[in-house]
Design a protein around this ligand. Structure first.
Ligand SMILES: [Zn+2]
Length: 224
């Protein structure tokens, strides 16, 4: 669908001029830094034991936002296509339930019917097989394409005038200017302001990638 550029700018101006943000862009709109989430896996204790050995621990190599970290540990994921994807990063710390986050492009390669979901909403999601150095885990569900989302602190939420679970739209400038719809706001005191998109969304923007977006608020909708 074609986007009327003037209309978008008008809306952005109306919604954003009254708000303050941690940083203002040259366009005087609040900006949100963007990070691209490559495919990754979160593991529960039991699956960690199976894949890496009983009592094994994750070894952090990079600190991520919100108390998470990228671990040295990697796994291979396999679907019905039997065309596996290797070297998939495990993120820590361990969680209550194992979750595999892939892109739609990965889903085609693997032939898994992964739905677009918020993190943690795994009921009825796709099955997938995880292969580690010490064993194999066959998940009946747990594979998703993570939805677009923005992490923020309660203070940021107040500044932007949004609430946890609300859906907003964001505008990305670049070689292929894009409006992202249905971006879920996630508010937690541990979070710092950052929008997360997957590699498909990032690649769609063309050369130069994407570093920041501006927010357009719309009618409040609860993710359901
Ligand atoms: Zn995230």
């Amino acid at each position: 669908m074609a986007v009327d550029e003037r209309l978008v700018r008008q809306i952005v101006r109306q919604i954003c001029t009254a708000k303050t943000a941690p940083r203002k862009s040259g366009r005087a709109f609040p900006v949100i830094p963007v990070a691209v989430s490559a495919r990754h896996v979160h593991l529960c204790r039991k699956d960690m034991d199976t894949l890496f050995g009983a009592g094994s621990e994750l070894h952090p190599v990079k600190t991520l936002m919100g108390g998470q970290f990228a671990a040295k540990e990697q796994v291979t994921i396999v679907g019905p296509s039997l065309r596996p994807i290797e070297k998939v990063r495990v993120l820590g710390p361990l969680r209550k339930q194992t979750q595999v986050e892939i892109s739609a492009t990965d889903a085609y390669q693997l032939k898994v019917k992964a739905p677009v979901r918020p993190s943690g909403r795994l009921k009825g999601s796709a099955g997938i097989t995880i292969v580690g150095p010490k064993g194999v885990v066959k998940l009946e569900e747990g594979c998703i394409i993570a939805n677009r989302h923005i992490h923020m602190s309660p203070a940021d939420a107040e500044r932007f005038g949004v609430r946890d679970g609300e859906l907003v739209n964001t505008l990305a400038e670049g070689e292929r200017r894009t409006l992202f719809y249905g971006v879920q706001v996630r508010v937690d005191p541990k979070f710092t302001l950052e929008m997360h998109i997957d590699t498909d969304d990032a690649n769609s923007l063309g050369r130069g990638g994407i570093h920041e977006v501006t927010m357009l608020k719309r009618d409040q909708v609860v993710v359901g």
